[in-house]
Design a protein around this ligand. Structure first.
Ligand SMILES: [Zn+2]
Length: 311
């Protein structure tokens, strides 16, 4: 983690792509810490261990709460395990409150995406405009739709730090999920990037990847990427299909073709992408083969003896 006074009082557990980063906001003088985002269910035990270690390094601080920027399975999959381990409260953006209470996996997006997530029960909402105060810092929640219609980012104006979730990474941003359902999302992405630009943040802590200080450079790259998607939405959709397949392989590590095609049969979102692209390759299976082939060509997957491996 970079050494900078603006980042003091924060522990960033940088995780990878299957699990989002976990950002521990330290408390002051016995105040309990708060964790932003909890990773994927497949890594839940590791998340509990890493958070336990980080709390230990703070002299045995308690974990008072988990706040989710959004409810994608790589950001809230550790909620239930953390709640069991630390008895913490779970705070979520208001948009999917009822869906989370009812564990409506269709509305939450887990069923259409074919994603796993352990059920948890939220305790509180954090709405755009509201604040969390902890460790002498004040984090304002701001709406950053685009990647996810309900996503929040958190901004500490005094220290110039933004927790940018999947709205802005050092190189790009998350798949624009509404576009895969035929809803407009690119304009929201542009607005979210403008919002982040208007904050004049000195540091961004993204949902995936290391914290970075060149926020202006990241915004420039993100806008260029977005322009490419707006000009040719099919570029975005093909990218999204590959992201979904890679994510699946990250979850299961290896898969036979029948297993992968069986999963595709349940992931209506990928089928929707194929439909939206005008059914390239005639069959969904052929499309999957093409996407896997492209992923293998870039080294993101490996194929061997009828098996597909995460690489
Ligand atoms: Zn996400």
């Amino acid at each position: 983690m970079p050494k900078d006074a603006a980042l003091a009082g924060l522990t960033v557990l940088e995780r990878g792509w299957l699990s989002s980063n976990n950002v521990l906001l330290h408390g002051h003088d016995g105040e309990a810490a708060v964790l932003v985002d909890s990773g994927h269910v497949a890594h839940a035990a590791l998340t509990v261990a890493l958070v336990g270690q980080a709390l230990g390094a703070l002299g045995g601080a308690a974990l008072g709460g988990v706040v989710n920027t959004h409810l994608h399975s790589d950001h809230c999959g550790g909620n239930a395990a953390l709640q069991r381990a630390f008895g913490c409260r779970i705070t979520i953006p208001p948009g999917l409150w009822q869906a989370a209470l009812d564990w409506d996996t269709q509305a939450l997006g887990y069923a259409p995406a074919g994603h796993d997530c352990e059920r948890f029960t939220p305790d509180a909402k954090l709405a755009p405009g509201e604040h969390i105060e902890i460790g002498g810092r004040r984090w304002q929640a701001l709406a950053a739709p685009g990647h996810d219609p309900h996503s929040l980012i958190l901004f500490d104006a005094h220290h110039g730090v933004v927790i940018s979730a999947d709205a802005l990474w050092e190189n790009g941003f998350g798949v624009v999920f509404p576009e895969l359902d035929g809803e407009a999302g690119f304009e929201d992405v542009a607005c979210a990037l403008d919002l982040i630009g208007s904050l004049d943040a000195r540091w961004a802590i993204p949902g995936h990847g290391a914290p970075f200080g060149d926020v202006a450079g990241a915004l420039q790259r993100a806008r260029r990427r977005l322009d490419g998607f707006v000009t040719s939405p099919e570029k975005h959709h093909r990218h999204a299909a590959k992201v979904m397949i890679k994510y699946r392989l990250l979850e299961v590590q290896r898969s036979s073709w029948p297993e992968l095609l069986g999963w595709l049969g349940t992931a209506s979102l990928v089928q929707g992408i194929w439909q939206r692209l005008g059914r390239p390759c005639v069959s969904l299976d052929g499309f999957a083969e093409q996407m896997v082939g492209e992923l293998a060509a870039t080294g993101a997957l490996r194929m061997d003896a009828g098996q597909i491996y995460n690489a």
